[in-house]
Design a binder for this molecule. Structure first.
Ligand code: HEM
Length: 131
């Protein structure tokens, strides 16, 4: 699939990139610390965005594709989880845009972000017992 807004930005992408982003997302949402162990954690991720000058249009398209990927890979679709997922992706992608602007230098080391959700998946109310 060619994505006009993103093709130049991702032209030299590491073929393992989707796995790396999946490892990142898994760790952020409480999974194993695979990204920290294997890719160098937060500082490495920040470094990958420096100088890329990501635009708002590119960010929006990237977010849309990530939501498609969440559907295609069968991430839980309950509103409670997806609201948290979307919240993180909005925050993270906006951070990526800020970090990617000209002249931005990496700051002091930061821990991995940690995201969660508190509500259990909503269930339709059961039938009311006849009175
Ligand atoms: C929640 C938002 C985001 C997350 C969690 C994320 C995560 C990552 C991670 C983990 C890497 C490094 C992978 C590695 O270890 O090699 C990376 C690299 C990269 N990201 Fe992001 N990213 C986000 C937003 C964006 C956006 C909005 C764009 C552009 C539209 C973008 C463009 C890139 C590019 C071009 C690379 C380098 C790819 C390569 O050369 O392999 N990212 N991102």
């Amino acid at each position: 699939m060619t994505v006009p807004e993103l093709s130049e930005l991702f032209r030299d992408m590491d073929p393992e990139h989707p796995r790396h982003v999946a490892a990142w997302l898994g760790e952020v949402f409480g999974g194993p610390p695979a990204y920290s162990r294997e890719r160098g954690g937060h500082a490495h991720m920040v470094g990958m965005h420096l100088g890329k000058e990501i635009t708002e249009r590119q960010r929006r398209r990237w977010v849309e594709l990530l939501q498609d990927a969440a559907d295609e890979t069968g991430l839980p679709a309950d509103p409670e989880f997806r609201a948290a997922f979307t919240g993180y992706v909005e925050w993270g992608s906006r951070m990526a845009v800020l970090l990617s602007q000209p002249g931005v230098r990496p700051g002091p080391p930061e821990p991995m972000p940690s995201w969660t959700w508190t509500l259990p998946p909503w269930q339709p109310p059961g039938e009311v017992a006849p009175g």
